[in-house]
Design a protein around this ligand. Structure first.
Ligand SMILES: [Zn+2]
Ligand SMILES: [Zn+2]
Length: 294
């Protein structure tokens, strides 16, 4: 589904590369969102499956990613949870093996430097083999320039300005949301968060708000411990509707939709979540699927 299919094509495209959660849903990769501005892609989060979804998007015409995601070289991370980072070795190594020759730059919370070092160490035998063996791959192509961030403007070029703001994700320190300003759009990505005043504060003039959510229906079906977890780490449909009513984005995109548990046999509550939000909020709202473009 393409929200823009009936409107003037935007200069800035949002490509949903992963809309899932830790649940290993084959239809939903881990969280990953690409913003393409004037043909340059900027990636936010790298959940499992990110490179394959980028390749799928390329096949569907999003050529900015390059073949084998070689152009996904400017990358931002909201927080260090595994569902947002389990695609990291894939993002570093796969496009390099397939031909990327330049380093990637990654901006994320404190701890990113150690994670990066350990990923490169974990794959040391492969990296040494591919740089010293017959393939002679350039070592620069699997290098990572790490920038650990604090709240404020973390990146700026002629296409985009990105501001990181702290969000509230339970006991996890250093979880961020991002405000991305391009020549024609203001996009806010919640990251993972319970309701927090900082999010609304950074939504001024927001065209597209991409926000995580869980439905009351699934909340009622999970054990008490996980209800508490949701309250402290995530945002319910009614809390999100209240936020959207205040900040009034032109388009609200739901992603990272919590499910009723790990079992793949449970009913898909997507319609329930959308209905719950629409009951309390009358602006434009959609649920995102992998490879949607907004
Ligand atoms: Zn998280
Ligand atoms: Zn998450």
């Amino acid at each position: 589904m393409n929200e823009n299919s009936h409107a003037q094509p935007a200069q800035t495209q949002i490509v949903m590369l992963g809309t899932g959660t830790p649940r290993p849903d084959p239809e939903r990769s881990g969280p990953a969102t690409a913003i393409v501005v004037n043909g340059t892609p900027y990636l936010v989060d790298f959940g499992p499956g990110v490179v394959r979804r980028a390749a799928a998007a390329y096949s569907k015409g999003v050529t900015a990613f390059g073949p084998a995601a070689a152009e996904l070289t400017t990358v931002f991370l909201t927080h260090l949870h595994a569902d947002h980072t389990a695609g990291y070795p894939d993002l570093i190594l796969t496009p390099w093996i397939l031909g990327r020759t330049k380093p990637i730059s990654v901006y994320g919370p404190p701890g990113l430097r150690a994670m990066t070092k350990h990923v490169l160490e974990a794959w040391k035998i492969d990296i040494d083999n591919r740089t010293n063996g017959i393939d002679r791959l350039p070592r620069a192509g699997c290098r990572v320039n790490v920038h650990e961030i604090v709240p404020g403007v973390i990146y700026s070029d002629r296409n985009i300005r990105i501001t990181a703001f702290p969000v509230r994700h339970g006991a996890l320190a250093d979880a961020f949301g991002f405000r991305l300003e391009t020549p024609d759009r203001v996009i806010v990505i919640s990251g993972d968060t319970a309701p927090t005043p900082s999010l609304a504060k950074h939504c001024e003039g927001c065209d597209v708000l991409i926000h995580e959510a869980y439905s009351q229906q699934t909340y009622r079906s999970v054990p008490r411990k996980w209800q508490r977890y949701r309250r402290e780490y995530h945002t319910s449909s009614s809390e999100l509707a209240a936020l959207a009513g205040r900040v009034k984005p032109r388009l609200l995109v739901l992603y990272h939709r919590a499910n009723a548990g790990g079992a793949m046999t449970l009913a898909d509550p997507e319609a329930a979540l959308l209905d719950e939000v629409r009951c309390r909020y009358d602006g434009r709202v959609v649920t995102a699927h992998d490879l949607d473009v907004f």
